[in-house]
Ligand binder design. Sequence first.
Ligand code: DGL
Length: 284
Amino acid sequence: MFMRNVQDSPIGVFDSGVGGLTVLRELYRQLPQESILYFADTARLPYGNRSAEEIVQFAREILTWMGQQNVKMAIMACNTSSALALDLVRQEFNFPILGVILPGARAAVKRGRRIGVIATPATAQSNAYRQAIQEINPQAQVWQVGCPEFVPLIEQNRIHDPYTKQVAWQYLSPLLAQNIDTLVYGCTHYHHLSPVFQKIIPATVNLIDPANFVVEAAQKELELMGLRHNYAPLPTRFGVSGCPQTFMRISQQWLGYCPLTEKISLPKIVNSSPLIEEKLEIIE
Ligand code: DGL
């Protein structure tokens, strides 16, 4: 009987939309021999304005589907999911799941002490970055700004629209007024706005894109678990919950090729125990 090696299995990567492509590009750069399964939950973006319960539920559905596709590891290429769902769902799956917050926080404290974080409203409200950063260095100061308009502007491909620059000024000014020495892109979409940020942020500010560091963490984990793939990978498989054509059109500019994309129906998961049990405990 032909048995497939687990090393040959893909790494699952997911985001609400094109934000996770920043992580995918880093995977291509740092781990070019790995096969990737990329899922974008475009039917339900933006995640950043969703409730914690919804974000956890979406992560469970996507990870269940990824498990059915036999991934050997999953990366939440989404800060919002990493901030609100990772700790809750990690134990429910039999493959390692990595998030972007911890690798991003570690990189930030290596560079600075006055750290600004731009993120979705859900990530900013969760305080995940402040907690992760101050756990590593209690002396570090952290300012977090929720930026609800960025993701829709990026998904609508309005990067070079003058309005986007105006919005960026509004979100970044309070952080610059605090004399930050380091800025964390606390949403994987934001790297796509680099040309806009470069005109606003002084060159002295360290820019941290957690996408780079989560891939370093993935590499270490794969090595530790003996899961590295050492031959040519399969072509990346792309799936979306929304319109494949829209995703293909907008992704092309970030990837340099047009990704052939399937429409995926995620498995429906009945709101499972961890959340409900937690609520019951609080009521009791
Ligand atoms: N790119 C995701 C993040 O890093 C989600 C953005 C959204 O859908 O609001 O938070």
